[in-house]
Design a protein around this ligand. Structure first.
Ligand code: GTP
Length: 293
């Protein structure tokens, strides 16, 4: 099942950087060496076995943009499942950015009316921490207003923290078929394990696909933090020519297990009952694999 995902926004806004970090194992520092994208760069990313993301990273220099809206209009904007539009929060050309964004929406309305639209207010690390909420709020409001009649979802992102994972997990989540069924199975699995929480991560990207939570947690950003930390750890393992397999973290009040699950996923199980031995949880995880393949 192929899903076309358009990645657009002005030159230098950070499109190739985020794609390289999420899908090609770059670390944030490496993106400083990326050159301009010439025309469109296509990549196919296999996701959860039979879902293939067909990513179109559209170079954002003006000459290319004009071309997408004119001579390549049908080719670019046909059969789009998801449009991701990236805005550089520090851009000094807001009106021009909006003009290109609205041209893009027009082309989407004509060619792929049902496409889901995500706007990323990117490079938020460059904004002082105390001002981030206000700036994001303003931009989101403005974008929603200018996008009518289309409904859009906005995220604030930076390649320097876990916000990138939050945005991309939500985007990918919107593309997964039968996601409700998956959630139902995961919730049953959490009940059987007597786990506080069970989280499913895609194997290559470590994006969160689904979760079942049976307790109240204060930290709403825990998933993307874990994605970010484990992805960094996986990369360090690769550098030392070993493969990341599993992690167990314990303190006096809980135990967390991250382990290979199906051929396309990792699972994380959080247990707070100290009387349940690790071996029992690991056997249960092992036995559940075949039901999720
Ligand atoms: P085109 O290919 O010309 O369309 O540009 P692009 O949108 O693909 O931009 P690219 O990913 O090449 O990034 C341009 C520069 O922005 C690089 O030097 C990145 O390191 C930097 N960059 C990307 N994301 C961030 C971010 O979140 N914060 C900061 N501070 N810099 C970023």
């Amino acid at each position: 099942m192929k899903k076309k995902v358009l990645l657009m926004g002005k030159s230098g806004s950070g499109k190739t950087s985020m794609r390289s970090i999420i899908f090609a194992n770059y670390i944030a520092r490496d993106t400083r060496r990326l050159g301009y994208t010439i025309d469109v760069e296509h990549s196919h990313v296999r996701f959860l076995g039979n879902l293939v993301l067909n990513l179109w990273d559209c170079g954002g220099q003006e000459a290319f943009m004009e071309n997408y809206f004119a001579s390549q209009r049908d080719h670019i904007f046909r059969n789009v499942e998801v449009l991701i539009y990236v805005f550089d929060v520090e851009s000094r050309e807001l009106e021009k950015d909006m003009h290109y964004y609205q041209s893009c929406l027009e082309a989407i309305l004509q060619n792929s009316r049902d496409a889901k639209i995500f706007c990323l207010i990117h490079k938020m690390d460059l904004v002082q921490e105390g001002q981030r909420d206000a700036i994001f709020g303003d931009r989101e409001l403005e974008l929603k207003r200018r996008s009518l009649p289309l409904d859009i979802t906005c995220f604030r992102t930076s390649i320097w923290d876990e916000t990138l994972y939050k945005a991309w997990s939500s985007i990918v989540y919107s593309l997964i078929p039968n996601v409700r069924l998956l959630e139902l199975h995961l919730s049953k699995f959490a009940d059987i394990l007597e786990a506080d929480e069970v989280v499913l991560f895609e194997r290559a990207t470590f994006l969160v696909i689904s979760h079942s939570t049976r307790t109240n947690y204060m930290d709403l950003h825990r998933f993307e933090k874990i994605s970010n930390i484990i992805k960094q750890f996986k990369l360090s393992c690769t550098k030392s020519h070993s493969q990341f397999q599993s992690v167990e973290v314990r303190n006096s009040s809980f135990a967390a297990f991250i382990d290979v699950f199906t051929s396309n996923t990792y699972v994380m199980v959080i247990m707070s009952d100290p009387t349940i031995p690790s071996a029992a949880t690991l056997v249960n995880i092992h036995n559940a694999r075949k039901h999720f393949e």
